[in-house]
Design a protein around this ligand. Structure first.
Ligand code: SF4
Ligand code: SF4
Length: 472
């Protein structure tokens, strides 16, 4: 039975409820009166239920889809302005005991190079990332209690935060590791992580069990209930995601929103972020072996509908997607993107030898961070290296209430300009710097509060003088 307050995976992600939602959506996809009333609700910027949002996703009326996109774009502007937060993944280890059939790190893949970064190698990788200009990392690791125990992850986080190279620093470490115990989540929380990210992969239990035939990840309930344990362990900010292409996208979409509703109902705070990866080619993996791949238009529609359903939840897209797709979905709702990424274990410090490749998936956007930053500014966005919130204690429900009231903008905008300024001075190419300096000057006038504008202007001067790390 469906119950969003239940702590049991099969009840808060009820298969029955998803199927009945999809049936309702299918029956009403051309009910334009209903679609209009849902769009009216979305305009209030308080989000949509999984049922309402599923009707929008199913709707095939061209005009209504255009309205959806326009509204998603407007909501994106209202909540996130024209800022895009930058991050990079850092793969610590690809040792893994699981059998996920869509991932090249699965245990039975004997021909991929297995690597685990030593603390010394982490120093090299993080120094290289700092030299690119990154301030925010998402660390990734396979599940392997012998090779990658929690102690290794904790030690690595400590190492990452300790590296101060020139003006560089990693100020926020988000963590994407396998579902674990409350006790381990507590340790991660104490280590000062930002968001704990765990992709559900698929909410369809039967498919989930087939796609994860072996290893601890096979346990659907343990995996699906991980965010509840993370929150119990003190982690305020959690990031959801599904791997689109594994199951029917409408099913995943409803499941994803039900998961968000469950977190909000039980913990009083929904997901901090939602990631929208699509299955990609990789060593030992052929995406065409999966029947549920989605085209770029459907992908854009999913992003727009997520934006309408959870306006205050950040949306993340990686370099799995091409420049063209990224440009489209940034407009519709994505608020955070990676740049200059390597999806191998190591590779930032020096390229991997051809015969020792360890990537998790092929990257579609191969541009450098400087090229991505320049491109974002050219198409009207402010690349932001801001990491202020969790460092100022703005996490969980405190963050969400600032977000829902729109007040967070008073921090995000000047923080974006100040962190961009740091980037321009310390890392940008001369062309990028020129474009960026002009952009900062233009954008300063968009800070509505005079007092805040004055402080930001003063700080920008101080950044020129060599002082770093200002934040609101
Ligand atoms: S998806 Fe994660 S758990 Fe599964 S094989 Fe890959 S690294 Fe291991
Ligand atoms: S102020 Fe907070 S919400 Fe805004 S960009 Fe910075 S970290 Fe993100």
């Amino acid at each position: 039975m469906y119950d969003k307050y239940s702590m049991k995976a099969e009840e808060f992600i009820s298969d029955e409820e998803i199927k009945s939602t999809l049936q309702f959506a299918e029956e009403n996809k051309n009910n334009l009166k209903l679609v209009d009333s849902i769009l009216e609700k979305a305009k209030q910027r308080k989000g949509l239920s999984h049922r309402d949002a599923s009707v929008l996703l199913a709707c095939e009326d061209e005009e209504k889809i255009k309205e959806m996109y326009a509204l998603a774009e407007q909501i994106k502007k209202d909540f996130y302005g024209n800022r895009i937060v930058m991050f990079a993944p850092l793969y610590l280890s690809n040792y893994c005991v699981n059998g996920c059939v869509y991932c090249p790190y699965h245990l039975k893949n004997k021909h991929i190079a297995r690597k685990k970064l030593t603390q010394e190698e982490i120093v090299h990788e993080v120094t290289a990332l700092q030299d690119m200009g990154h301030k925010r990392l998402a660390i990734e690791s396979g599940e392997d209690p012998v090779n990658n125990p929690i102690e290794y992850i904790l030690e690595s986080i400590k190492t990452i935060y300790s590296i101060k190279h020139k003006n560089g620093a990693i100020r926020r470490v988000n963590v994407n590791i396998a579902a674990t115990t409350v006790e381990n989540y507590r340790k991660l929380h104490e280590a000062g992580i930002g968001t704990y990210i765990l992709f559900q992969e698929t909410y369809h239990k039967e498919s989930y069990e087939k796609l994860h035939p072996t290893g601890p990840k096979h346990n659907y309930a343990y995996h699906t209930e991980a965010m509840d344990r993370a929150m119990e362990g003190g982690i305020d900010d959690v990031g959801l995601g599904v791997l689109f292409g594994l199951e029917l996208y409408k099913y995943e979409f409803a499941g994803l929103l039900m998961h968000a509703e469950h977190l909000e109902a039980v913990h009083g705070v929904g997901p901090h972020t939602i990631s929208v990866p699509r299955i990609k080619r990789a060593d030992d993996i052929d995406p065409s072996a999966f029947d549920n791949g989605i085209d770029d238009d459907t992908f854009a529609k999913i992003c727009a509908c997520i934006r309408l359903a959870v306006p205050y939840t950040g949306m993340i897209i990686s370099t799995r997607e091409s420049k063209a797709v990224r440009e489209k979905v940034i407009r519709l709702g994505v608020s955070q993107i990676s740049g200059g990424s390597k999806t191998s274990v190591g590779g930032y410090y020096e390229p991997e030898p051809e015969d020792e490749r360890s990537e998790q998936f092929d990257v579609s956007d191969n541009r450098t961070l400087d090229e991505v930053v320049h491109w974002l500014m050219d198409i009207g966005y402010i690349p932001s290296f801001c990491t202020a919130c969790y460092r100022e204690g703005r996490t969980g429900d405190r963050f969400m209430s600032l977000c829902k009231s729109g007040q967070i903008q008073n921090c995000c905008h000047p923080n974006a300009l100040m962190t961009l300024k740091e980037y321009l001075i310390d890392y940008a190419s001369p062309e990028t710097r020129k474009v960026g300096e002009a952009l900062i000057q233009r954008e300063l006038s968009n800070i509505p509060k005079e007092k805040v504008r004055k402080i930001a202007e003063d700080n920008l001067v101080k950044i020129e003088q060599g002082i770093r790390d200002f934040r609101f």
